[in-house]
Write a protein that binds this ligand. Sequence first.
Ligand code: UD1
Length: 417
Amino acid sequence: MSIWRVQGGYPLDGSVTIQGAKNAVLPVLAAAILAGSEVELTNVPRLRDVEASLDILRHLGCEAGRQDDVVNVDSRGLSGCRIPRELTGQMRSSVIFLGAILARCGQARIAMPGGCELGPRPVDLHLAAMKALGAEVSLEDGEIVCRADGLTGGHIELALPSVGASENAMIAACGAKGTTVITGAAREPEIVELQGFLRALGADVDGAGTDEVTVRGFSPVPNVGWRVMPDRIAAATVLCACACAGGTAELRGVEADHVAGVTEVLRAMGADVQAVSHRLRIRRQGRLRGGQTVVTRPYPGFPTDVQPLMMAASLKADGVTVFEENIFAGRYRQAGQMARLGAKIEISGRRAAVTGVERLHGAQVLAEDLRGGASLIIAGLGAEGETLVTDPGHVIRGYEDLDKVLNSLGARIDFTK
Ligand code: UD1
């Protein structure tokens, strides 16, 4: 069990560089299987989910190694097509490997991890995409099994703009003969990033960033290098940390457009946020204003991953801030823990109403999921006294050195693994 010991009451002041994006690097690592050659990735964050992906690649027979922020994957020796439960249990989004393994081997077997911290996380859209490309899909002994004697391009119509299913469909379509059109695709920046990487690998793909992505074919280019984009959720985390603790922070190496939905809410609450080139500056003095309704939606709407973080920022706002969670049911688990700090939150179905309080006090709380855990650390920055966040390892799945990043801004966090 890790412990985050947070001394609250210190406003932030300083400048930080934002890590590479977890949600961009995971599909890129899976897609590296398509290459059948060496791929060099830079700006790869040190995260538990990334290390779990590298373990999966090695298990499949690829070479995968890291030096500092550089990860090299050589998928020439790919020899396996099965990911066992020991490995899928390490990373909940391991289904992202399905399309790549199937495209390269004609077969893929992936053990499904049990329940998930964000409620049941179905994979029906991923499987429907594989079927649309001609794969046979079955469930055998708790493993998803996909078989295809050569994938064929087709029309994949996603009933929901699932990020992971869009990515899996794009990757699998690279291994299919003929053209694939994905309609109802997710439009997140990570999809655009994946398209860029697939193009670098030799795929003829376009449309990412719109709801229709077309993959026309793939002729592999050897020895590709790729720099991972900045993490928009990590950027939003620092913004919300500053909004909660007060003070100023400068974020370097960010794409301001990617967090526009978040900065818009922070500005409406009274924070001063300025974007200059690849930097964002936030200043929060005095109390934030309530009165906002924060509605999570697929990109470019307000990101579900930032909902708990923005909730932390709103706990001491003057007035009521309402949240409406539309992507994942059961994503308010942080609220019960925040109440221990003195927060006033009422939940009714997919809505949560936060009535700002003048003071929060330190307490012992439990991180029950990745972003919820980070939101408690942030809330602790705005609480008086010491907040002890116990964490079974969720936060390091997605954040590289969150304690050091926030401490470099003047926070006082002591992290023990
Ligand atoms: C990705 C992100 C995650 C983020 C989420 C939504 C990664 C590794 N993770 O997760 O941080 O919170 O996008 O922005 O990139 N759904 C189905 N059937 C499916 C797949 C999804 O019903 O087959 C539903 C989910 O239950 C959810 C919604 O679609 O309600 C969106 O999920 P999805 O976009 O797929 O999230 P992930 O790709 O898993």
